[in-house]
Design a protein around this ligand. Sequence first.
Ligand code: F6P
Length: 357
Amino acid sequence: MGRKKRIGVLTAGGDCPGLNAAIRAVAKAAFFEERAEVIGIKDGFDGLIHDHTRKLVWEDVSGILTLGGTILGTNNRADPFAYGEEKKDVSKLALDTFHKLKLDALVCIGGDGTFTVAHKLHQLGMPVVGIPKTIDNDLEQTDYTIGFNSAVAVATDSIDKVHSTAESHHRVMIVEVMGRYVGWLALHAGVAGGADVILIPEIAFEMDKVCGELEKRSKLGKRFSIMVVAEGIRLGGTELVIKREVKGSTEPIRLGGVSYRIAEQIEQLTGLETRVAVLGHVQRGGTPTPFDRVLATQFGKKAVDLILAEEFGRMASIQGIKITSVPIQSAIVRQKKVTPDLPLVQAARAVGTCFGD
Ligand code: F6P
């Protein structure tokens, strides 16, 4: 009998519901199918650089399917190729840990930042496979990423909740959602929550059109309106509203707060009283939805299949109902954006949703 395979697993980038479901799936599939050993790397690539790891046993991954966050911890600043504020290349340390642990493969559960690193490590000879996660759903070559559906559920629940207060006070309520530079989260939550106006980065909007829509509703006797705004929209077609810059991060810009500017303009132009709810990190919390648990389970099994077939440098992907795999690089060549001809955009327009264009 040969040596048992040793599989490393890490979660990197922003957390989201469904990460633990993915870790569980990787570990259980590895235990069952290969009797492999699974090593958890702590806090994303930071754990690989500094050799902070722990062996995962059955008890570690039992009972975590429904748990938000990640039992391994995560980090969106530890890029082994540009580490810390000095941006030092410490990739050799990451490779050293991989070899010291005698790993046969590393499963990286992450988004575009994680996969940029994973791809480079693969080019240096590390056998990596990827599992896509991000509430932004902005990775190419997969219809969905783990965490997106759960974030849509949280955002939709919040939109449902502001409905009654908007109605009671006859106000415009703006719900601002995350999503970075794409509008998937705003679009899905906006449609699910019956928003009257949805603003996303991919569809340029004009304030006159937005205000025209709100006034039209007023004239029709609708005494309140619900707007869903993506954090990444550009004011006047160009200006991003930046909340802070995180030095040393793979993506230093943090967005947030554009809705306050939109609200001011609405009040000035229409006189309609407007309030804002910026959802922030609640969208990344809580228990994963059934969809995300199912997706994470399938992705975890697929990652182990890729390792057994020695198909490295690939990422698990869902296309329609098919679970397949694609080169990691192909998922990060560009961001997956909402397109105006998307059936969901068309359906939203058909039921009267205004995109401000
Ligand atoms: O990429 C996921 C995400 O939640 C974005 O939607 C958001 O813009 C960003 O991360 C927030 O990052 P942080 O957790 O560092 O504030």
